[in-house]
Design a protein around this ligand. Structure first.
Ligand code: MG
Length: 375
């Protein structure tokens, strides 16, 4: 691995863990964080959580698990090229969606609506809650006791109100400071991953088609090149070849622009990174192309009536479950009944947020179906 750049996060410069632990043997602190994330139960549950398509809709669609792995791959490539801490970028990427509810954004919106009077529900904050509190794997502490820099990267967004409760971790949201470059890389790798795999999954599902995508410059350029170079290529391979080239273009553009920003901002230390404007970024032209693609996906895929029907179902399942547990907490599994919190709502939200798509559907049937449902 190349020597780290002077503005990269280093182990020795880390602000450490909440509970002090002996240094790891034979691996770095951030490798240890990554390993803890991979062995968590929240990570395994990502396999059965939706990205856009509900888990039972097909075996080939992305789930939050495969999405997280793709994000980690992209983040590591970028981090290595920029001589950043690859282990940290990987750990953040693998953990970034741990707090997601079942049923993707529809689920998150529904739970946030239910939690309005109880402090709301933000999935980034929930990812942090998973690694700080909810995982029960260690004798000496709750959660995974990750390094400050990993936790900082997981908390991508946060409302000012919540930031005030978070001490040193929330400080940057209040003082308009940036997280490490590794966190910025993971954040953009997330965007590159989902925009591109949503094109791929959208086409596979038949909800969008290649003709529609010809109106999107980022897709059209590569699509034309592929068709010209390989006139007889079957459609699925045209799609894969096009998406592959799109990811490559975005990653290359991001690296070149970010390198130029690093020079222009005169970055030499992590402290300078925190005080500068966002460093990891696309060129203006690629930013615009990416924006057009996002708009296309919003209009044609995320608001497709078949996606919306599933979102509607998801919202009903989540609000039904929330309502029933709030009314009678005796219906909760015992470990969630015992949890004492400022509000009774938080353990209910934790329970629901931790569900996989299929578990939520089954739990809904177990509670609401009149006929016998297997446990
Ligand atoms: Mg994500």
């Amino acid at each position: 691995m190349p020597e780290l750049a002077p503005y990269a996060v280093t182990e020795t410069g880390s602000r450490g863990r909440k509970v002090a632990e002996p240094a790891p043997q034979g691996r770095s602190e951030f490798q240890r964080d990554r390993d803890r994330i991979i062995h968590s139960s929240a990570f395994r549950r990502l396999e059965y959580k939706t990205q856009v398509f509900v888990n039972h809709e097909g075996d080939l669609f992305r789930t939050r698990l495969t999405h997280s792995i793709e994000v980690a791959q992209i983040a590591r490539s970028i981090a290595r090229r920029l001589r950043l801490n690859e282990d940290l970028a990987e750990a953040i990427s693998l953990a970034h969606d741990l707090g997601h509810t079942p049923f993707g954004h529809a689920g998150q919106d529904a739970l946030n609506e239910c939690m309005k009077a109880h402090g709301g529900f933000e999935h980034n904050l929930q990812s942090l809650r998973v690694v700080d509190v909810l995982e029960e794997r260690y004798a000496a502490f709750d959660g995974l006791n990750l390094c400050f820099e990993t936790r900082e990267g997981i908390l991508k967004h946060c409302s000012a109100e919540n930031a005030k409760q978070l001490g040193d971790l929330g400080e940057r949201f209040l003082n308009n400071r940036r997280p490490s470059l590794e966190a910025q890389v993971a954040n953009l790798a997330d965007e590159i991953a989902y925009n591109n795999h949503d094109v791929d999954d959208g086409l596979r599902s038949g909800l969008i088609n290649l003709e529609q995508l010809e109106t999107v410059p980022l897709v059209a350029t590569h699509l034309q090149e592929v068709r010209l170079a390989y006139p007889d290529l079957p459609e699925r391979r045209v799609v894969h070849e096009t998406v592959r080239r799109m990811i490559n273009t975005l990653v290359s553009d991001l690296i070149i622009q970010s390198e130029s920003n690093i020079r222009a901002q005169g970055l030499n230390t992590l402290e300078q990174v925190r005080n500068a404007a966002a460093t990891i970024a696309y060129s203006a032209e690629m930013n615009e192309q990416q924006r057009v693609l996002k708009n296309f996906l919003r209009t044609h895929l995320y608001r497709h009536y078949r996606v919306l029907r599933m979102s509607g179902k998801a919202q009903r399942i989540i609000s039904d479950l929330f309502g029933v547990f709030m009314n009678d907490s005796r219906l909760l599994p015992p470990q969630f009944q015992q949890q004492q919190d400022v509000t009774r709502a938080r353990p209910v939200a934790d329970y629901i947020a931790g569900m996989t798509d299929r578990y939520a559907i089954r739990e809904h049937r177990r509670i609401f179906a009149v006929e016998e449902v297997p446990v």
